[in-house]
Design a protein around this ligand. Structure first.
Ligand code: SF4
Length: 403
């Protein structure tokens, strides 16, 4: 395997995790909880500390920030003063590059005029509204506190505040969703005119209450009214087709944008550009060799996923890391393949060959060819991409790229 060149010059993306929510949605598998508001300032102080220590210890991180993303949890719950404190600290340690993309996730019904002012003053220009559906019954059954009226009001508020770069999230597979209600939600999302839309299929795993109930075959959390898998797949396919007709280009499995409005932050993850995650359960990837590392190995780490454990680590004077993994060239190549396939543009085999060498790429190429024969992938010169069928088989395709 050819060692990777030091890539400290690559653009750095920064992710800030805010693990607070007003209520816990039944389908949620993120590390977020409902905490008293008083915990927020404690958390922000710890986050500032983590930022400072990381800047000191990870000398191979870039000097500036190309994209910034506030996720969670619900970053829109953070009071303006706490939000501004983090932005000031970030600017000190990782000044933003001119034209840096800056996004913040907001829950409908949580917008406040003083926080909107603070976001705008600090350079936030994209807001991702976690609306999920336009149907009151689906939102209620999922434990969401907002209704369709909040979504409509928030869209007006954001636009009046000059925040036009809006993403709207939809989930296919919510309890009580039907073909009619799904089509109505997609239609109203298109009519809302946001330049970016994400469609996720309901995750069924052990990490959410609804997922556990579905796996156990129980009926709590409205599990009995969750659409069947093949129906969810049909909803997703309808969404792709309808958004394409409305001019949205699908650029990744779950992401659609009007031309020029794709998220650079997300694209960075799929292209394995370096990113620094700060806060509870945040993940990081460092492409260049950190001090003491063997040349050519990437460094990946995740932070502790509970607020208490995170705060305790910082109080002990430690970085709040849960797991640290050094990735050799083989693992890097596997990741580059399965992450790259998420993008509609596809995998550039020529580029991978230049980076990793012909011999290293040979087994991946053989697997890609086998999947193309099964109709899951299509080739176009040096580019390999998922077919529509392959997109439905996403997890299986990605698993086959890992050896
Ligand atoms: S608002 Fe988002 S992060 Fe919070 S509980 Fe709901 S799905 Fe999870």
């Amino acid at each position: 395997m050819r060692p990777r060149a030091n890539s400290g010059a690559e653009p750095l993306s920064i992710y800030i995790s805010v693990p607070f929510c007003r209520s816990k949605c039944s389908y949620c598998n993120f590390a977020s909880q409902v905490f008293p508001a008083a915990r927020q300032s404690e958390y922000i102080a710890a986050l500032e500390q983590e930022l400072e220590w990381t800047r000191e210890r990870e000398s191979s991180l870039g000097e500036s920030c190309a994209t910034l993303y506030w996720g969670g949890g619900t970053p829109s719950l953070l009071p303006a003063a706490l939000f501004t404190r983090v932005m000031t600290a970030l600017e000190r340690h990782f000044p933003r590059q001119p034209g840096a993309e800056c996004t913040l996730e907001a829950a409908p019904g949580t917008l406040q005029s003083d926080t909107l002012d603070a976001w705008r003053r600090a350079g936030i220009h994209r807001v991702s509204l976690g609306m999920q559906s336009w149907q009151a019954a689906e939102l209620r059954a999922s434990g969401r506190l907002h209704g369709p009226e909040h979504i409509a009001a928030d869209l007006r508020t954001l636009r009046a505040a000059g925040l036009e770069e809006i993403n709207l999230d939809l989930i296919a597979g919510l309890p009580h969703q039907t073909e009619t209600s799904w089509r109505d939600s997609v239609e109203r999302t298109v009519a809302a005119g946001a330049p970016h839309i994400s469609i996720y299929m309901l995750d069924v795993d052990e990490d959410s209450r609804l997922g556990r109930e579905l796996l156990a075959g129980g009926g709590r959390y409205h599990a009995a009214s969750v659409p069947a898998d093949d129906q969810i797949a049909e909803f997703y396919e309808y969404g792709i087709e309808r958004l394409a007709r409305a001019g949205y280009r699908q650029y990744e499995i779950s992401n659609f944008a009007l031309p020029g409005h794709e998220s650079r932050h997300n694209d960075g993850y799929w292209l394995r550009q370096p990113y620094l995650g700060l806060g509870v359960d945040a993940h990081s990837l460092l492409r260049s060799a950190a001090p003491g590392a063997e040349d050519g190995r990437d460094l990946r780490w995740s932070n502790l996923d509970s607020l208490e454990a995170y705060l305790a680590a910082i109080a002990r004077g430690e970085l709040p890391r849960a797991e640290t993994i050094w990735l050799d060239a083989e693992s890097q190549l596997e990741e580059a393949c399965f992450l790259g396939l998420r993008r509609n543009e596809g995998l550039d085999l020529n580029r991978l060959e230049r980076e990793f060498g012909e011999a290293a790429l040979a087994p991946q190429k053989a697997e890609l060819r086998a999947m193309a024969a099964e109709g899951w992938l299509e080739e176009n010169g040096d580019l390999v991409r998922l077919t529509q069928r392959g997109r439905m088989m996403g997890n299986e395709v990605f698993a086959r790229m890992l050896h």
